[in-house]
Design a protein around this ligand. Sequence first.
Ligand SMILES: *[C@@H]1O[C@H](CO)[C@@H](O)[C@H](O)[C@H]1NC(C)=O
Ligand SMILES: *[C@@H]1O[C@H](CO)[C@@H](O)[C@H](O)[C@H]1NC(C)=O
Length: 293
Amino acid sequence: MALAIVLGLASLALAAPSLVARQAITSLTTAQVSAFKPFSFYASAAYCSPASTLAWNCGSNCAANAGFKPVASGGNGNSVQFWYVGYDPTLATVIVGHQGTDPSEILSLVTDAKFFLKSLNSTLFPGVSSSVEGHSGFVDEQALTASSVLAAVKTAISRFSAKKVTIVGHSLGGAIALLDSVYLPLHISGVTFRTITYGMPRVGNQAFADLASVGSTVTHINNKEDLVPILPGRSLGFHHPTGEIHIQDSGVWDSCPGQDNTSDLCTTGDVGNIFEGNSDDHDGPYDGVTMGC
Ligand SMILES: *[C@@H]1O[C@H](CO)[C@@H](O)[C@H](O)[C@H]1NC(C)=O
Ligand SMILES: *[C@@H]1O[C@H](CO)[C@@H](O)[C@H](O)[C@H]1NC(C)=O
């Protein structure tokens, strides 16, 4: 009895500080910010042509991660966004990169009323409840490349005996990456997944945001007053998963707990409506990396 109480108190004492730490908005250290840089270049490289990512000669974005071993690439940059898959031996992870769009195109995707929330395709997302819904435009776009990306990731895992897969993308590419973060683990086991997105719009409903928050494997980085991450609006039923990092006007990177944190240190609180937003912040720079090829 007494022992149980002592153990109980001990675990309480251990649990309490970490609970507080998890909930606070904390600034990243310089080293923590720098650790994202390779992934920022990988997200930016997804804007380069499939031929140049397959040869890994896409210019400065490729040169920044010179040791990368490409496996496959695809898309036409028009009806199908570019993508590529390969392996980074330094970071010991498979990389999946998805191309985004320029600010005007992504803004029309997230403000056009012809798009709506719909259930995920049960062939691609087996076992996922029909209550989990995503933006129809993003869901359709992810479906176009899903099977090719899956096959390439499986090839990369076996070729390099990989234990980690990291999915990256900016803007529309971030939305596709977030859908991939739910999709790929349904078909691949034995590896850990991580997803890092930049300027990502809201992708789905509350049930989708909750599913994408499981395991806290997603980080979505938002730059200053970028308005894309506040669209489509929460009033239309769209929500972000956990894992936001908000880059302040000062350049400090703050980690925001919860979903759609309304603190003015986080995007949902800071950019109250589209008039407070600035699409010039959409492409970055993210610690010196401006998205695009
Ligand atoms: C779901 O995905 C499968 C496989 O890509 C496809 O054959 C099927 O047509 C899709 N279903 C719907 C309703 O879009
Ligand atoms: C936002 O962050 C604060 C910490 O400053 C936390 O207490 C609060 O619960 C968070 N809000 C949401 C909606 O998660």
